[in-house]
Design a protein around this ligand. Structure first.
Ligand SMILES: Cc1cc2nc3c(=O)[nH]c(=O)nc-3n(C[C@H](O)[C@H](O)[C@H](O)COP(=O)(O)OP(=O)(O)OC[C@H]3O[C@@H](n4cnc5c(N)ncnc54)[C@H](O)[C@@H]3O)c2cc1C
Length: 399
């Protein structure tokens, strides 16, 4: 693994930066709401801009209509978009479901769903977690019973991000009550307009609505909406969750926080002087800078391991997840501290009218207090820190 600067990647970054600078419509700039997905119209508009450039699916292989970028190129693309404040794409469709469809779906299923992912006209949500089945996902109980050409789905999902806005959900269900728990799981695609689906909001600590409980009451799902064979759900889920070792730290958001802290260092005053003149502030900024750089190095290493199909990439990804998410929490707390009175501003709904935060945090798109509270969840979603530590322990002690 070579840690030297890579001229090819530097040129790539310049190209992406130039494209984003020229291609981002003025009315979309600075619209993203921190970690909250952009609104439907913004997602669609941004997809159109990306499609014109041939970048509509930045994380997919060329044979699937994607850019064929390496993991490091994908991260550079994300970093430049986050830094410039572009709208988000539909991450569930692009990063989770899309690769699954490309690998496992039938030609008919691809023809039905892939064009909508490219156009951004069909938003997705992920129906995996249930009350009592989060870390131990294989214990899930939502059941699907076969009735002719349909499955009849009954049960409950929880923490379903954006279910209230989504058009479709990809869902794990139990189709075999007798089989070993991993073996009885099946992967279904379900239209959220199907009768029998109820979505109830969960308001999170950041005082926003992105989470939900989703109930299924005799929901009839065509068998044609099953991905893979009955009982393949666990294999598909492992494929889906295995895609993200190098990205587990969310390096783009760490770099964005660093950029914001640097801006505050010069623009915010502590008494008569800029914040940066305070020894303690300068020291903490320098520490964050070093920590983000260390993560960036580790990301390179994990990306190289992934390319070599090294089995250690899994545990290294867990280390990145723990280090990255803890750093997200500390940096967002520091931003709140550094903003003084502004730091206390929080918005009830990031999409609500007049929800623009005041200067100097315009760039973050919503009150940094919301962002700090949201980041409390980063050590839970995507696999809790305790579960990640278990994975590391297994690898280190060869349990
Ligand atoms: C903001 C947010 C968004 C989310 N979005 C989605 C979504 O869109 N779709 C979806 O399906 N899910 C989503 N989730 C759910 C998420 O995947 C789960 O919260 C996560 O997997 C943890 O499961 P749990 O909440 O059931 O906690 P549990 O698994 O019940 O864990 C409870 C506690 O026990 C600990 N623990 C559990 N097992 C072990 C173990 N083996 N070793 C040591 N400690 C252990 C955990 O670390 C935790 O501290 C989201 C969660 C959050 C917070």
């Amino acid at each position: 693994m070579d840690f030297q600067p890579d001229a090819g990647l530097d040129t790539f970054r310049q190209d992406v930066r130039e494209f984003v600078r020229a291609g981002l419509p003025a009315e979309l700039a600075g619209k993203p709401r921190g970690s909250v997905r952009s609104q439907r119209a913004e997602v669609e508009r941004w997809q159109r801009v990306l499609n014109e450039k041939g970048w509509g699916a930045p994380y997919w292989a060329q044979k699937d209509g994607g850019t064929g970028w390496s993991v490091l190129q994908q991260l550079i693309f994300d970093e430049e978009c986050v830094a410039a404040g572009t709208p988000t794409q539909d991450g569930f469709a692009q990063k989770l479901l899309g690769p699954v469809l490309n690998a496992f779906a039938s030609p008919e299923q691809k023809a039905e769903h892939l064009p909508h992912i490219f156009s951004g006209t069909r938003l997705w949500c992920q129906g995996f977690s249930e009350p009592g089945s989060g870390s131990d996902l294989a214990s899930l109980r939502t059941r699907a019973d076969r009735d002719g050409d349909h499955y009849v789905v009954n049960g409950q999902k929880i923490w379903t991000s954006y279910a209230h806005e989504a058009d479709w959900i990809f869902l794990l269900v139990r189709t075999d009550q007798e089989a070993r728990k991993q073996a009885g799981i099946t992967f279904l695609l379900v239209d959220m307009k199907t009768p029998g689906i109820t979505v109830r909001p969960i308001r999170s600590i950041d005082d926003c609505h992105h989470l939900n409980e989703t109930f299924f009451d005799n929901v009839r799902v065509p068998v044609a909406n099953r991905i893979g064979a009955e009982g393949d759900g666990w294999k598909i889920t492992k494929f889906l969750l295995n895609n993200e070792h190098a990205t587990a730290a969310d390096l783009p958001i760490l770099k964005r926080y660093l950029m914001e802290i640097r801006k505050l260092a010069a623009s915010q005053k502590a008494g008569r002087n800029s914040l940066i003149a305070r020894h303690e502030f300068a020291l903490r900024l320098a520490r964050f800078d070093a920590e983000v750089n260390a993560i960036a190095m580790m990301v390179k290493r994990v990306a190289a391991m992934e390319q070599d199909h090294s089995p250690a990439a899994h545990a290294m990804g867990s280390m990145l997840k723990i280090r990255g998410t803890e750093l997200q929490q500390r940096m967002s707390e520091f931003l709140v501290e550094s903003l003084g009175d502004y730091g206390a501003v929080a918005y009830p709904e990031p999409h609500a009218e007049g929800a623009e935060p005041p200067l100097p945090m315009q760039g973050m798109g919503r009150g940094i207090a919301n962002e700090m509270f949201f980041r409390r969840a980063s050590t839970i979603y995507g696999g809790t820190s305790e579960v990640q530590r278990g994975i590391i322990a297994k690898a280190v002690f060869q349990l």
